[in-house]
Design a binder for this molecule. Sequence first.
Ligand SMILES: C[S@@+](CC[C@H](N)C(=O)[O-])C[C@H]1O[C@@H](n2cnc3c(N)ncnc32)[C@H](O)[C@@H]1O
Length: 328
Amino acid sequence: MRPAVYAYQSVQEQRENADTLPCAVTTPLDGSTDMSSNESLKEDVNTHFEFGENWAAYSASIDQRRILEAEAALQQFLSASDIAGRTFLDLGSGSGIHSLAALNLGAKTVTAVDIDPHSVATTRRTLEEHAGSNGYECLLGNVFDLPLDEDAKFDIVYSWGVLHHTGDMWSAIEKAIERVRPGGKLIIAIYLKTRFCGFWKAEKKLFTRAPKVLRWPIVGIYCALSLLRVLFSGKNPIKHMTEYSNYRGMSWIHDCIDWLGGYPYESASAAEITRFVENRGGKLEKSIGTTPSIGLLGAGCAEYLFRCRDAPDLSQRNEFTKTHGTHG
Ligand SMILES: C[S@@+](CC[C@H](N)C(=O)[O-])C[C@H]1O[C@@H](n2cnc3c(N)ncnc32)[C@H](O)[C@@H]1O
């Protein structure tokens, strides 16, 4: 295994050193303006929301209950025997709780990668604290230029809520597919397209650029509206917040901040994702939450499990994108 990267930098250092982060530019699939307009987003980490700080704050709340919920979330797609003895790549590991869940469920090795130094440091802390020091590595890296051997493949590639935040979702999905060994599994979660996606993309861009002092009123208003909606739907808002950890071991307030700030932002329908991955050698085995909501207060992620039947045939992609556009 490669040595783990135990990078930890202040936000200021992170911004200053952003140029040194591995951010290779990949060739647009078909040279369309749609794809090329994403290049600056892919390259310039300064334009990204600082997910890692939010994950660092969340990680203080990681306890046994959240860990069990994270394991249960993984087991919605993979049984313990599917994971035991397998190599697991967590692309965009965030807090590291799902890397930990994979280790607890018997993964042979876990490789956790994230573009944000705070996420890498948090993942490492989470794993060290709850799993000791063996069986994993935590790497600082960009999905477009992974700090892995060129031909490194994994039994399971897991990328939950990440690829739509990269600045070039379709290329990022291809990068994830490339890392699945033939016969291996790809689990991804991607925001569903709703009619409010344009509004939320603009909000996220503004939020990410805004000074922190201006962010808190936005968080306050959003949280209040979200809880009102819960109330009007006949549920108890307090219970909603306290029982939120049942959802993948997550925390309500940190997920609200993640939603408000999550920029870059893209989304896709379930049909688009399925077609896109199946045209690259995947076979959809399971999906959850693929019906979009109205999207007024958030889009929600649909989750997909694909099995890669053969080595993904990415040579087809140019032909495919010429005839069907870049969105699958
Ligand atoms: C919404 S969080 C999801 C974290 C985790 N997968 C989970 O389910 O809790 C998205 C994560 O993806 C990371 N990320 C965003 N763009 C990335 C890229 N191009 N390469 C690697 N990681 C990236 C962010 O730093 C962040 O930690």
